[in-house]
Design a protein around this ligand. Structure first.
Ligand SMILES: [Zn+2]
Length: 84
C-alpha cells in the first residue's frame, strides 16, 4: 500500500481500505455493499451474492475509488447468472 498514487492528481496522500457508511443507526452500522443476482429471472430464490465495498480516497483532490472485499466470489455468481 506504500506506493499508491491517486489516479486523478498523482498525489501520494492515499487513504486505502476505508469503510463506507450509508448512515449510523443506534446499535448497528450500515455499510454500503454491492450485489449480484445468481438467478435474476427467478421469482423467489435469486441467489443474491452480497459483498461489502471499501473505498480508497485521495487526501488532496478527494478522488474516491471503490473495491469489493471478495471479487472472485462475486464474479462466480455473475458468470453463473450469465450462463443461464
Ligand atoms: Zn488526488
Amino acid at each position: 500500500m506504500e506506493n499508491m498514487k491517486c489516479s486523478r492528481c498523482g498525489s501520494d496522500k492515499i487513504m486505502p481500505n476505508l469503510r463506507i457508511h450509508d448512515r449510523y443507526r443506534v446499535g448497528h452500522e450500515n455499510c454500503i455493499g454491492i450485489e449480484v443476482l445468481g438467478k435474476p429471472g427467478a421469482a423467489i430464490f435469486k441467489e443474491t451474492h452480497k459483498e461489502f465495498m471499501r473505498a480508497t480516497a485521495c487526501g488532496d483532490c478527494g478522488n474516491v475509488e471503490f473495491t469489493v472485499d471478495n471479487p472472485k466470489g462475486l464474479w462466480e455468481t455473475y458468470t453463473k447468472s450469465q450462463s443461464q
